[in-house]
Write a protein that binds this ligand. Structure first.
Ligand SMILES: Nc1ncnc2c1ncn2[C@@H]1O[C@H](COP(=O)(O)OP(=O)(O)OP(=O)(O)O)[C@@H](O)[C@H]1O
Length: 231
């Protein structure tokens, strides 16, 4: 279970509170107006921003002061943060060992992750020689290899076309189900939220609300969400 315990985040003029829990294995959409603080919330959970007050817990473990790399999570952004000078295999290897000292078993796991994400044959390509969809797959394969229990998706597939995006979301859902991964996903698309996430966290007006059923939230959106979703 992820617990945000009386969390208070301040970035200059901007401030955001969160006091909620997310059960293990849940798939939760994170929605709210532009600038409401969705990415800031993720950066705080991932450890790139230090909260002003409160705690972040994974089960009984207090993550609040833990280094980002030690936290039990992976985060995927829109720019896939792949290393441009490294091949697909090397980028994946970094998910296992930052010094790329890989055993035969590690290579076998990489081969498996490549197959799982449909990247066979692209092992030696550099990211610049991959399509956007293929880059997304590499980032997802790396997260798969890290096998952390919590996956934060900050619109990693936003630049893809609708069909490819839907395909990636299905893949995420499959992998998450296999690994029992808990997912938080920032989404601007109500259909994505509906298809992948039974519950939604709303971020608006400086507050992060606890998860509530996605369907009823979208069918009867509060003002802040109405403006964001458009007509
Ligand atoms: N380093 C910073 N210093 C001061 N303010 C910041 C900093 N980083 C972000 N902000 C502000 O914090 C607020 C939240 O930004 P954030 O990117 O988290 O919003 P968001 O909900 O993810 O928006 P979007 O949907 O447009 O991506 C914004 O008003 C932004 O201008």
């Amino acid at each position: 279970m992820l617990t945000l315990d009386k969390l208070h985040i301040v970035q200059g003029e901007f401030s955001l509170t969160a006091d909620l829990s997310v059960p293990t294995g849940a798939r939760i959409a994170v929605m709210g107006p532009s600038g409401a603080g969705k990415s800031t919330l993720f950066s705080t959970i991932a450890g790139f921003i230090r909260p002003t007050a409160g705690r972040i817990l994974w089960n009984e473990t207090d993550l609040t002061r833990m280094a980002p790399g030690d936290r039990p999570l992976s985060i995927l952004f829109q720019d896939q943060n792949l290393f441009p000078h490294l091949s697909v295999v090397q980028n994946l290897g970094l998910g296992i060992d930052p010094k790329l000292r890989l055993s035969r078993a590690d290579h076998a796991r990489i081969t498996q992750a490549l197959a799982r994400t449909g990247l066979q044959g692209l092992e030696d390509r550099k990211p610049a020689a991959l399509s956007g969809g293929q880059q997304s797959r590499v980032a997802l394969a790396r997260a798969l290899l890290r096998a952390r229990p919590l996956l934060l998706l900050d619109e990693p597939f936003a630049a893809l076309g609708p069909a490819l995006k839907a395909e990636m979301l299905v893949l995420v859902a499959e992998i998450a189900a296999e690994q029992g991964t808990t997912i938080l996903m920032v989404s601007h698309d109500p259909d994505d939220a509906r298809s992948l996430c039974p519950d939604t966290i709303l971020v608006a007006d400086g507050k992060t609300l606890p998860p509530q059923p996605t369907e009823s939230l979208l069918n009867n959106p509060p003002e802040a969400l109405k403006a964001y979703l458009g007509p």
